[in-house]
Design a protein around this ligand. Structure first.
Ligand code: CP3
Length: 334
């Protein structure tokens, strides 16, 4: 059994598997080299030779316990025919959302647009470097995808005031998102993903009263779907105020926490396996600080099933030697 499965399925507390959100990405010179020659990010994700190579780059350098497929949560709106481009120094910019057009997309249209992600997964998961390690597939949570599809760009700190004005549109889009997320999850699993992570990067934007409608219900549906396929599911409802309530209602197999979550509170309240937490900015400091902060998480979670990870993606300005040191610290911890 893989180390991550031992933690998730057997509640093993004697091992410390590690993988890192955005482990394949801009902090690696070998990624930047490929990226330079491939200005269109979506096309890069859809080039299974390059995206599988990028996925494995961090595993060639560091003793990580999983690969996460090099793709993006915005492949979903792309597959639904909404325009998605990634602009340098701006981030994602999405085209107009047309409900009539999106309602006409069927499973075959969707798969035709994104099937090369599945080809990449097949290549990655059969690589010998992943023997006894996990291949992580992922999706954005319905709420976070709704935010991008309606807002057409990252919302930064707040939603526009009129975000909820067209409730009919929002509810229709949510159902469409949910339907195609299931299709996307199933195809990732069929092609070798053996863990699914659900990224809800904008969970923290909602008021408490809106959580059942936009987060709990749609995420619970997805979590139950992944469980029905016998694959472990990890949720990352970033900046949600009440992780305990989320876990009690949604019941993922493991919960990934952000760097503002207090690990001592988490350990008191949460019984399921925990992942992550360390602030990615710590990797921009020095080895001594990194060691101190890493040990903090390892000590707090030493008797709890725990997968080491960061509290959000690794930052582009990170020195790879700090990642190397982090992996070494975690692997040598006893
Ligand atoms: O290594 C991995 O983690 C796998 C690949 C991965 C990417 N995006 C590649 C990527 C994963 C899991 C994601 C998830 C993702 N994408 C999220 C959820 C996690 C989070 O960060 O909160 C979100 C919100 C997105 C949407 C997105 N994609 C944004 C906002 C941006 C621009 C900001 C940025 O970091 O550049 C992206 C682009 C993106 N996705 C890049 C990568 C490697 C950078 C592309 C580049 O080289 O310019």
């Amino acid at each position: 059994m893989t180390l991550i499965n031992k933690v998730i399925k057997e509640n093993n507390t004697s091992i410390n598997p590690i993988w890192i959100m955005r482990q394949a990405g801009r902090y690696l010179p070998e990624f930047r080299e490929i990226r330079k020659k491939n200005p269109d990010f979506i096309n890069l994700c859809l080039n299974e030779n390059l995206s599988s190579e990028i996925t494995l780059q961090p595993l060639k350098r560091f003793n990580l316990d999983a690969a996460i497929i090099f793709s993006d949560i915005l492949m979903l709106p792309y597959g639904l025919g909404q325009k998605v481009v990634f602009e340098k120094n701006f981030g994602p910019r999405l085209g107009e959302l047309n409900l009539d057009k999106i309602s006409q997309i069927d499973e075959i249209d969707f798969i035709e647009k994104v099937h090369r992600v599945y080809k990449a997964l097949r290549k990655v998961s059969s690589d010998s470097i992943l023997k006894d390690k996990n291949t992580i597939g992922f999706v954005g949570a319905p709420w976070t995808l709704l935010v991008y599809m309606i807002n057409q760009q990252s919302p930064k700190k707040n939603l526009k005031e009129d975000f909820f004005k067209d409730e009919f549109l929002i509810n229709r889009i949510l159902l469409i998102i949910e339907k195609f997320l299931k299709i996307h999850i199933k195809n990732q699993i069929d092609n070798g993903a053996n863990v699914i992570q659900i990224f809800d990067s904008w969970a923290g934007l909602l008021d408490e009263k809106d959580l059942p409608n936009y987060i709990y219900t749609p995420t619970l549906n997805l979590v139950n779907y992944v469980k029905s396929l016998n694959v472990p599911v990890i949720c990352f409802p970033r900046e949600i105020k009440n992780y305990k309530e989320f876990c009690d209602i949604v019941k993922p197999d493991a919960i990934s926490i952000d760097y503002n979550a207090n690990p001592k509170e988490i350990i008191k309240n949460i019984k399921i396996p925990v992942q992550g937490g360390l602030d990615p900015k710590i990797l921009l400091t020095d080895k001594e600080t990194l060691k101190k902060e890493t040990m903090k998480y390892l000590e707090i979670f030493k008797d709890h099933p725990y997968i080491f990870n960061l509290g959000h993606g690794v930052l582009p300005e990170t020195n790879p030697s700090m990642v190397e040191y982090l992996v070494k610290l975690v692997k040598e911890y006893k």
